[in-house]
Design a protein around this ligand. Sequence first.
Ligand code: PGA
Length: 247
Amino acid sequence: MRKKFIAANWKMHGSQQSSIAWLQEISKEARASIELAVFPPYVYLPLCQSFSLSYGAQNCAAYPEGAYTGEVSATMLKALGCRYVIIGHSERRRFFMETNAVLLEKCKQAVLADLVPILCVGETLEARELNQTLSVVKEQLAVVAALKDNCSQFSEILIAYEPVWAIGTGKAAMPSDAEVVHAFIRSELVRIQTALAQQTRILYGGSVSPENAAAFFKMHNVDGVLVGGASLRAKDFLAIADAACNS
Ligand code: PGA
């Protein structure tokens, strides 16, 4: 049984004060049947240490350490108590030109530091209209196969399917359309390793809200959600968590 994973990706939002208020609100009630995780900007990660929910970073360096001004290593994140790290969010691919080769190095660094990578995949609107969704996702999943072949410590990953056109637009994918891609992702993981495919949690991301979350949790291969905008409001994030608990 894969425990549902409900992640809050704050992106570059929040202040020290708003972060503490959010963490206090979310930790008030325990929800043991699901896993809640928060991904704040680096500087707010230490605040998470006092609260009982999983947390991680939105990115990490592709190198273990060295003269890389402005970068933060996976080992440093682990030392702060992170359990996860998001790798290859579409905003990283688009604004910071992150390629599969770079993402593989980042995943490797995460695994070597004992962090669990959450690899984001998803097609642009143009690719969807050209009917290339599955081929784009397949190409992005090549990172997982390479990780398995190149990193003997690799044992756990999460995949977040986030269609680029659904992120921050208020236009979520139809849950049934997302399920087609999630099932495809699982079938690709089977080709890499059957046990991995069974245990891997595949999250949906892109305009998830308290209104639409329950419909995603009805899908067989949706094991959680990665929430951006709606996660900034603790009340909305908790409503999404409750939809997962009730599914
Ligand atoms: P959104 O972002 O929920 O604001 O669409 C999701 C994400 O980018 O992870």
